[in-house]
Design a protein around this ligand. Sequence first.
Ligand code: PLP
Length: 406
Amino acid sequence: MSFDVDALRAQFPILDQQVNGKPLVYLDNGATTHKPNAVIDAIAGYYRHDNSNVHRGAHTLSDRATARFEQARESVRGFINARSTDEVIWTKGTTEAINLVAFSWGRDNLKQGDRVLVSGMEHHANIVPWQILSAQTGAELVPIPVDDRGQLDMAAFTDLLDERVKLVSIVHVSNALGTVNPVEAIIEKAHAVGAKVMIDGAQAVAHWPLDMQALDCDFYAFSAHKMYGPMGIGVLYGKRELLEAMPPFMGGGEMIETVSFEGTTYNTLPFKFEPGTPNVAGAIGTGAAIKFINSLDRDAVAAHEADVLNYAVSRAKDYPGLTLVGDADHRAGVMGFVLEGAHPADLGMLLDQQGVAVRTGNHCAMPIMTRFGLTGTVRASFALYNTRADVDALFAGLDKAKTFLM
Ligand code: PLP
């Protein structure tokens, strides 16, 4: 299998449009990726033919919807190489998955004097739930420092590891810096002191194959919309023995076995954590996104993505007045930068006028912005349909923006 970027782009109808009179150059994939026809059609097809509530199989449509919903869960299981579909919990996304672990596992397992380690480069989704939990339990949230190139200080991490640490919750790929954290080493070191490990995989999942059994993390969270799937759905992977022992996060229909006013017993995994009507179309769309990704030569995709990102970084390093924010040895998908004399928000607006979509601001990662003495950056983030020509358009857009600003 080879990699034909033009053929691939043709599968994403949204890319074929003009924005502000210019061909769209979409470099905001860290926020969300676009959806191929296969995903759009799967969702429309579900609503056209199978729409029904699931797990209430009184009729054929409900049976079909349930079968497709559970097939999608099996697709996720295979995609991340979990042992069982019992370990695949549907959530609204990464944010809900982390909150689920914080307020189910965390409330049960953390107490005064315990510590949760996160990195200094976390998205707010992997900071705020732990802060809320700390206020309730007395556990302490401790950030692992980040060096000037945006890499985790592994020596400091090792120093912080002791018997007080009950959980290390760490981002796999930083959405602000693009840094790929050495999660394998982190998991091994954390486990050696008896801590559990949660990985925020929101920015990793689209870029390379994941293998939960090889990784041996305790929890892993991701969102479908950042891997060519729909919004409003994501996954919490958790090791079965942990999920079995955890109390429900939310109560309602579907997550129970029996209910009486004397007491309630809960459903088995994974349903114990899925109260209420789930996002069936979202699950089916996620299954279609996985099928789409699996139809590609993933090594070729990774090589293409690395080529485009490396090209962008090398052009950035040559660009007068530009400073990269985050320049890790191992990076993926994201390039953050500031330009001397230009506010990121102004640059974003001027780039948009050129048809170039980037994100500006703090990227829901204020602590790492503060670490670098900034309030925000411009972020170009890349997906498999981006090309070197898109990078050229970004820098041509910056040239033009400079004529307005300087
Ligand atoms: N973690 C990281 C690293 C992210 O980049 C994001 C979204 O940008 C999230 C968590 C939150 O994901 P969601 O908004 O899909 O729940």
